[in-house]
Design a protein around this ligand. Structure first.
Ligand code: KMH
Ligand code: ZN
Length: 302
């Protein structure tokens, strides 16, 4: 069995400061938590940036550049920058930091959708900043825009321009067909690092039968041309990533996807979640991929 690649998504753009005191906000916090997560076993670090003053997600390349070099200096982990950005950002804004940093990997979201978190964090009543309000109400008018043209443009500008490869974010079964369409048209090239995502409000629910159906569909559509990974939001993070490991897949954890370590226990850091899934996988006799092994499996530029 191939070694398991652990990705860590360090802060994201959906959780907000009032939901957890441990969510990294400043460039220093993002760098420190990223480095610790890599030391705990993460081969890939998926990154967003936040305004250091109030934690609001920002696409500003200047903020990214305050933590990217620090992480690069201290770890060998693969840097993966979001192209999803955050609520309400335009595609051009979402591309600004990746175009400047030219990372080995970026996320690429495979369809337009409604997007929100559905777990307990979304029900917090007391929040520090007014900007957090729409994140805490499940009925925003926000559309996470990822048209076919947007997807092609992102591949064209980053993939073809800079040799960046992608973490293809698939929140529902239709997104796998969108990816197959891009493969048919040779917009994207194998191996496809396919992140199947469960439990985001707007995407497929976190049910075991959905995990199996997404995997079976990806197996049918991509055969040996893909590398399967799983993330699940909130309390489903550890059970779903464990199932992925057992089924031969790769895993993503991190505070972007869940603020929890276990029932009623908030994760105090990204590294805690990485250490936990690593412990579970190693107990199951699975081996963890190093960054160098992840680069080889995913055909990254290095
Ligand atoms: N927030 C995750 C469910 C992105 O940054 O492009 C998916 C994600 C999207 O990481
Ligand atoms: Zn992200």
């Amino acid at each position: 069995m191939s070694k398991v690649i652990i990705s860590v998504a360090v802060t994201g753009a959906i959780h907000t400061p009032s939901m957890s005191d441990y969510l990294p906000i400043t460039p220093q916090e993002i760098a420190e938590q990223s480095i610790a997560a890599a030391e705990a076993g993460a081969a890939i670090i998926h990154l967003h940036a936040r305004d250091p003053q109030d934690g609001r997600p920002t696409p500003d390349p200047k903020v990214f550049m305050q933590f990217l070099p620090v992480i690069k200096q201290s770890t060998d982990a693969v840097i993966n920058i979001t192209t999803g950005g955050g609520l309400g950002m335009s595609v051009d804004e979402r591309l600004a930091a990746p175009l400047q940093a030219k990372p080995e990997m970026c996320s690429l979201n495979m369809g337009s959708m409604n997007f929100n978190i559905s777990g307990s964090a979304a029900r917090i009543k007391n929040f520090k900043y007014e900007w957090e309000r729409p994140y805490l109400e499940g009925t925003t008018g926000f559309i996470f825009r990822n048209t076919f043209k947007d997807i092609e443009q992102i591949v064209e500008r980053l993939g073809k321009g800079h040799g960046t490869r992608f973490e293809f974010e698939c929140y529902d079964v239709g997104h796998l067909y969108n990816l197959a369409h891009m493969l048919d048209r040779k917009v994207v090239e194998p191996p496809l690092f396919t992140q199947t995502i469960f439990g985001i409000l707007g995407g497929v629910g976190a049910e075991t039968r959905n995990l199996m159906f997404m995997k079976e569909t990806a197996d049918r559509l991509f055969g040996k041309d893909y590398v399967w990974s799983v993330l699940a939001a909130g309390r489903n993070q550890m059970p779903f990533t464990t199932m992925a490991g057992i089924l031969g897949g790769n895993v993503r954890v991190g505070l972007e996807d869940s603020l929890w370590l276990g029932k009623g226990v908030q994760a105090k850091s990204n590294a805690e979640q990485v250490a936990k899934i690593r412990r579970i996988l190693e107990e199951l006799s699975l081996e963890i991929a190093t960054p160098a092994e992840a680069r080889q499996i995913l055909a990254l530029k290095g």
